[in-house]
Each structure stands twice: as C-alpha cells, then as structure tokens.
Design a binder for this molecule. Sequence first.
Ligand code: SAM
Length: 285
Amino acid sequence: MGTPSAGEWITDPGGEGFAHTYRVEAMLHDSRSAFQRIQVIENKDFGRMLILDDAVQTTERDEFIYHELLSHVPILSHPSPGRLLIIGGGDGGLLREALRHPLTHATIVEIDGDVVEVTRRLIPSIPGKAFDDPRTRLLVDDGIRFVRETSEAFDVALVDSTDPKGPSLVLFTTEFYGYLARVMGSQGVLAVQSGSPIYQQDVIALVRGNMAPHFRFVRTYLGMVPTYPGVLWTFTVGSQTRDPAALDESELSRRMAGIATRYYTVPAHRHLFTFPPFLSEVTTG
Ligand code: SAM
C-alpha cells in the first residue's frame, strides 16, 4: 500500500469484522525494515503514533497505561528485583517505566534497530532518557536466540512484543518461556502482553497454556488501551514464589512510594485480576 498523505485515514484491523481508523495529520515516517513496515504519524487525538505492519504499537496519548501495567505489576511480584530483561519493547516506553524502580541492570533485546532509532528521533517523549540510563544495555537481536544462548541471570523478564505473527511468533512458545524460566531461577517473574479478551481469547489461552509448565503461578490481568482494537487488553504474569494477585498492599505502597503513576494504583492492584463474568472463562482456561 502507498504512503497515506495528510487528511487520509489509516486502518488498524481488530477481529475479522472491525477496525480502528485514524486520520493522518502528518505522515512523519514510512519505511520498510528487514522485519516490518515502520510508520509514525501525527494524529489530532493521540499525538504521535508508532505503527508496525498497520498495527498501532504505542501513542503519546495513551502509552502510559500499557507501560505501567506491563512493568509495575510483575516488578512488584518479585520480592527484590535487581536485574531486568526486556524482549521487544523497541519504543523504549516499557524500559522508561521499569527503570523508575531501584533496579541495578536492564537489558533490552529488540530485533529491529530501526524501531529504536525512529522512536527515539520522532517520539522522544516515549523512551525519555531510558536508553541513556547507565543501567541500560540495548542489544539488537532475536529475543529467543538471546535467551536460548545467554549464561546471564535475571530476576524479572518482560515481553513487549507485537502480536503473534512474523518475528514475534516465537515469543509465544513454551520453548521461549522455558528458556526464560531457566535464566530467571527460583524467584523469577515473567510478564507478557497477551492480547484482546474480546477477539484474541485463543492468544490468551496459548500464553497461559505455554507458561503453566514453567511457572508456579500464572495469572492474567485486565487493562484498557484506547488505541488497541477493542480497547480492553490483557497481560499474563508467571511467578515462581509469590502470587501476583495476592500481594501485601503495605509492601506495594512502600515499594511504589515516590513512583507517581497515571493508571496503575496499589488499591486497584488485586482488582486488575478480577474479570467481569462475560470474560471469566479467559482466566480459567
Ligand atoms: N506494545 C506493543 C504491542 O503490544 O503491540 C508492542 C510494542 S514494541 C514496539 C514491539 C516490538 O517487538 C517491535 O519493535 C518488534 O520489532 C519487536 N519484536 C518482534 N519480534 C521480536 C523478537 N523475536 N525478538 C525481539 N524483538 C522482537
């Protein structure tokens, strides 16, 4: 498809029968990397938006919701996290949010260096200074190759991938989760984005089924991302020693002291794991 120009609309397909559309105020970038099409547009309602292969990844207006949910819940589920591993997440928003915790080290393994370069240049508010943080190590590599071959140890792993197709497909496999469980040891915590509870229940079941052999606790929690088709979005966390849905609130308050958030709150933490009845089958599969 050609490059849309200002005033035209672009479409992000959701399930088979619906989509979200956005008017392009300005097309800031449109290229094809070795892995995917990379676009950045200016939009009146959501500001600058990163789009990969026609799917909205993150926007200036609502990125904080996704990044707060995929960082604070798993990091707080580990008793004393030091070393963090992020797979994917080339826009840097998750790294930025996670580094607000007193971590000692953060490795981010992103397969497409162009995503990092384009986001840092055109949407700098999303990564902020995260890539320049002395704790950060950026590796441009396939996430599964890194975890299969590394001898390093990590405490928490976050998988901020695109949907399960193309280069991301391997990041939803039980092999991949097994490699992660190996590098994280006895107290490891893993969290991934697990898709829409409305039209991707198969993805949620896949993630839960593939995590279960490797983690004692597997919990799915619910959030909302206005620019993801269907808005409601899920995350799934695997933990070896602590139940992420039953953490002590006073400990959470102590560890979140000084970390101001705009979506995640300690009083709402355990309710994130409570699904409305019409979605309850999502968390039992
Ligand atoms: N929040 C977004 C979402 O839920 O759709 C994801 C954002 S982030 C930009 C997704 C990143 O995962 C992309 O930059 C993509 O290049 C990266 N990615 C996909 N497959 C990968 C792999 N096998 N190893 C490492 N990174 C990968």
